[in-house]
Design a protein around this ligand. Structure first.
Ligand SMILES: [Mg+2]
Length: 321
């Protein structure tokens, strides 16, 4: 099903050619129509593919309406753990995307199996995040408490929609207090993303906040390699496995904008993957091993770009760095 890809380190081209034809140029382009012919189900990442923080991306509303009309199988597979599926669906609908909540799989939903697997049901949890992040934790069986109280589990749901610095400082202080007292605290972040596209620019995502806590923990407790967050969402495979199970077919392709989450995760789950160039990842490094490379690439959801083609490589597109 996957097209043959050239070797990772520049193929047979000389050094000069390798520089003028980055690896991106030899990943074959595709279109939504071609994908619908080839695959039985499509998984979409949300941010950088269908939407940015402030609205829809070009072609997204028409595409979702078309998929609904044609009865296609598709799901949105997102690391966003700040909104439950029904909240997210209402927001997409305000953006003009006729998306039903049952189509939306979030990393927040992974807390249910995670809490069960780690025996966290009934434990005291502090959640940095808006009310929907706390509800994900309650759905998983956690008892949500304020960040300045004793807690057994720290969940980072998001970085906005609550008094971030105040809560983060309080959670850090409670965390240090627990560790100093020799108590175990479980650390988990459903969304490992570091940044997200915000329309006119970018914003920090929950994974960056986890990194911030880990930096503080490493400073105060050097040598405690165990004081790390468990990261649940893409690129880890459970969310892809759930999507494939719901799709009811193995002929599934993932469309995402980030190499490190969407493409890496889809390939690890045995799926083909499309890198769409409307989000975070701007180029695929030439050193990227083949199993992490996208199967296809698209400049955007709307295939109205008349690609110029590379003079020395017909059908391949030079990418300006
Ligand atoms: Mg994205």
């Amino acid at each position: 099903m996957s097209p043959a890809l050239p070797p990772a380190a520049g193929g047979t081209a000389g050094a000069e050619d390798t520089l003028s034809v980055p690896v991106t140029a030899v990943i074959p382009p595709t279109t939504i129509d071609a994908l619908l012919d080839r695959y039985e189900a499509i998984l979409f990442d949300a941010y950088g593919v269908l939407v940015h923080a402030g609205g829809p991306l070009p072609g997204a509303a028409d595409l979702i309406a078309r998929l609904n009309r044609e009865g296609r199988r598709y799901f949105v597979v997102t690391n966003d753990a700040s909104k439950r599926p029904d909240t997210a669906a209402r927001r997409y609908q305000r953006f003009g995307l006729p998306l039903d909540a049952s189509r939306i799989l979030t990393s927040g939903m992974l807390l249910v199996p995670h809490f069960a697997a780690y025996g966290l049901v009934g434990r005291r949890c502090t959640v940095l995040g808006p009310p929907d992040s706390a509800r994900y934790v309650e759905d998983a069986g956690g008892v949500v408490v304020p960040p300045d109280e004793r807690f057994d589990v720290l969940v980072i749901g998001d970085e906005s929609g609550f008094p971030f610095m105040e809560w983060a400082d309080a959670a850090l202080s409670s965390l240090f207090e627990a560790i100093d007292a020799g108590r175990d605290v479980h650390l988990v972040v459903p969304n490992p993303d570091l940044i997200y596209p915000a329309g006119s620019g970018f914003g920090f995502a929950a994974g960056t906040i986890a990194n911030m806590f880990e930096g503080a923990l490493a400073l105060r407790y050097p040598g405690r390699a165990d004081l790390r967050f468990v990261r649940l969402g893409k690129p880890n495979t459970p969310i892809f496995e759930d999507a494939v199970r719901r799709a009811g077919t193995g002929r599934v392709v993932m469309i995402g904008d980030q190499l490190e989450t969407d493409i890496k995760g889809a390939r690890a789950a045995g799926l083909d993957a499309v890198w769409i160039q409307t989000g975070v990842t701007q180029e695929i490094p030439a050193t990227t091993p083949e199993h992490l490379r996208p199967t296809w690439r698209m400049s955007g959801l709307v295939s109205d770009v008349d690609h110029p083609g590379h003079p020395d490589h017909p059908g391949m597109i030079p990418v300006v760095r």
